[in-house]
Design a protein around this ligand. Structure first.
Ligand SMILES: *Cc1c(COP(=O)(O)O)cnc(C)c1O
Length: 401
């Protein structure tokens, strides 16, 4: 971290001071933090040295409404000052209303919801749900990411993440993403579920080729397997639709998290049709999942996305960004939908691009050495979009792309 002023005021530590204390007090699971952030407003954040940034990562596709959105602040504050936590021996109005609202947004008939606290927990619950089919095999895609707990990790293809923790829960078959023939070969009457992301986020925003989800749906139907879509990253308006699978297929199981609470931790499993009732009393549980506060947060996010027209805005802003950023010849491919954007660079300079962008006041992310990912708040303004397009060529110059 770079600290410009090394002040000694203990109530106002600098980037450098917090970075040093971090090294001594937090486990080194993420590498050194890039900055210490102190506050945010809309798509903007400020670091401990007082420098302002436009946050084009949005807490990794989480901050749907940006930072400190008044509707989210009010919903969480009011719910916490009324009834914060109650355990799952009880229910609450926000919990029931959120489940009903999610089923309305999915719009695929009867279903049921299980509420968790994160993406990996949503996927753990869904993984257990698939075992209740009486089958064990899960067919998943190479390049997919489903989380870091042992079950979700077993479903995640990256060897560097998986191998230090083996043995992991078994009977997982990996197939190349986007290859319908490979999927057909792997799926049989032993298959409990086919698990796919409609757009692979951590791989660098890689969309399923046309027809792939349809092929997966047909194979699931033929074999009696469940089609499970992981929309932890792509769901809740990120792609300019409520869900990235919208208008393509109807899944049996859908997992959500990141953008759902707009920064308040919450995850969800939606079971449709027969998948709605596979988990029975005693099969699964959570102390915190579905708390009134988390559900009130998610409801505020959904209502605000609707009332502020943020799906339309995500589509328009995303299109403008893709078109403008992709116009630079050093960008060889532009992918994604809405405000989930992947950029391939002509050279392996993504790390330098992240640094140069940060220096210039923009937070971006590199999922791989030659890819940049943007997942900004859906409230990103047109003025910020235009300013980033202006800044982009100089960022690539500085990075030596
Ligand atoms: C981030 C992510 C997860 C894991 O979510 P956590 O909240 O970090 O546990 C799972 N699946 C996908 C597709 C993700 O992008």
């Amino acid at each position: 971290m770079s600290g410009s002023t090394d002040q000694t005021d203990p109530t106002n530590p600098t980037n450098r001071q917090l970075g040093e204390r971090y090294t001594h007090s937090l486990m080194n699971t993420f590498g050194p933090p890039k900055l210490a952030l102190v506050r945010g407003e809309g798509a903007h954040v400020w670091d401990a040295d007082g420098k302002e940034y436009v946050d084009l990562l949005g807490g990794i596709a989480v901050n749907t409404l940006g930072h400190a959105h008044p509707a989210l602040v009010a919903a969480v504050t009011e719910q916490m000052s009324t009834l914060g936590h109650i355990s799952n021996f009880f229910t609450s109005g926000p919990q029931v209303e959120l489940a009903e609202t999610l089923l309305r947004l999915v719009g695929a008939g009867p279903g049921k919801v299980f509420l968790a606290n994160s993406g990996t927990e949503a996927n753990e619950a869904a993984f257990k749900l698939t075992r209740r089919t009486g089958r064990t095999q899960v067919v998943v895609a190479e390049g997919g990411f489903h989380g870091r707990t042992m079950g979700a990790l077993a479903l995640t293809s990256k060897a560097a993440y998986r191998e230090p923790f083996e043995p992991l829960p078994g009977h997982v078959t990996f197939v190349p993403y986007g290859d319908a023939d490979a999927l057909r070969e792997a799926v049989s009457d032993q298959t409990a579920a086919i698990l796919l992301e409609p757009i692979q986020g951590e791989a660098g925003v890689v969309p399923a080729p046309d027809g792939y989800l349809h092929a997966a749906r047909a194979l699931a139907d033929e074999s009696g397997a469940l089609l499970w879509l992981d929309e932890v990253q792509t769901g809740m308006g990120r792609t300019g639709e409520w869900f990235a699978h919208a208008g393509q297929v109807v899944p049996d199981v859908l997992t959500l998290a990141k953008g759902l609470g707009g920064g308040y931790p919450i995850g969800a499993v939606i079971g449709l049709g027969r998948a709605a009732d596979l988990l029975e009393p005693g099969n699964h549980g959570t102390t915190f999942g579905g708390s009134p506060v988390a559900c009130a947060a998610a409801l505020a996010v959904i209502r605000t996305v609707e009332s502020e027209g943020l799906l339309e805005h995500a589509r328009a802003a995303g299109e403008r960004l893709r078109e403008g950023l992709g116009a630079d010849p050093r960008v060889t491919e532009v992918r994604g939908r809405g405000l989930l954007i992947g950029l391939d660079l002509v050279s392996e300079t993504a790390a330098a691009v992240v640094d140069a962008a940060q220096e210039a006041g923009w937070i971006v992310n590199m999922p791989t050495p030659d890819r940049i990912r943007l997942a900004p708040p859906l409230v990103l303004t047109d003025a910020d979009v235009e300013a980033f397009l202006q800044a982009w060529p100089a960022i690539l110059d500085k990075a030596g792309t």
